[in-house]
Design a protein around this ligand. Sequence first.
Ligand code: GLY
Length: 362
Amino acid sequence: MRIVLVGGGVIGLSIAREFHKLGYETVILDKNKLGKGASWVAGGMLAPQSEGLKPGIFLDFCLESRNMYEKFAREIEIDTGMDVGYWKSGIFCPAFSIEEKEKLLSNLETYKNIGLSGKWIDRSDLENIYPSLGEDIIGGVLYPDDAQVDNRLLMEALTHYCNINNIKYYENTKVDSILTENGRFKAVKSGDLYVDGDICIICAGAWSGELADIPVFPIKGEMAAVDVKREDIDKVFFSSKAYLIPRKDYSRLVIGATEEKVGFKDGNTVKGTLQLLDGLLKTFPHMINRNLQELWFGYRPATPDLEPIIGESNIKGLYYATGHHRNGILLAPITAKVIVDLIHKNKKSKYLEAFSYERFNQ
Ligand code: GLY
């Protein structure tokens, strides 16, 4: 049985790896270099609580994936011999005003009521750890179970997994259309190239809406990275101003991210860059003289309710695993599991109904 994956980001490559382990032939087509699309430009936070997700099936989905992550990361490291920078550092959410404190405390209470951990830390206690903390920070909430992975290392490792296991892929190959025959998936077409198969999964991120009749659209995010020292920061900081992600090896501090509905408009803007650097300096003013390493941008694959689209389409053999918005890196392990269980074992997870494309057709 041949599985055709349209999209070689974290979702596509995680699915390819699972299918490969089960002995399926998989073929991946990606419009960029493999692993160098939205998953490459992401932040890598594994942050359902810091994101402030409301209790419900989407939070459950994110928490289940967060719980899977350490094993997922370790197994990829064993498979490839490459470090993916998984770091359960915890994520700290600073409050810059009384209103923000109240909102953070209300989220904290909600999470405590459903058995999740977290604690408020006063500014006086923070000052012992971070002597140069921005003057407007009045305290914040620490979520010790939120974590991060270095998404670029992860994408390099997953690409290496494909290489060492002879998983076939076509790079810089934008799929133009999905071909069907008698209501069944038949092949994907890219220019003169036709790749046929038994199953096709659209995991093409923000471009998925161009390939199928599903409401997936881009939300642009601009990012930056600066030099960082161990003594600056020991965990991710995630505030209303910016998130600051020190990589486990302290090679850089990733700063994210703007959110703009501007289609596929490219480039880093002056406004976006100012917003990111302002977020950095409001949190750690002493970092003003650090070298800027990189500016970049990407497109989150959003849906109207900001939750993913996962499961079979109305065409037999054609599936979706897309629309992960701000949480694609986090949701890779659970998405791969749900979709592979469905196709391989006909096992229907409770998440399939919640994240069916059909919810948008009512
Ligand atoms: N996951 C963070 C972001 O989308 O900016």
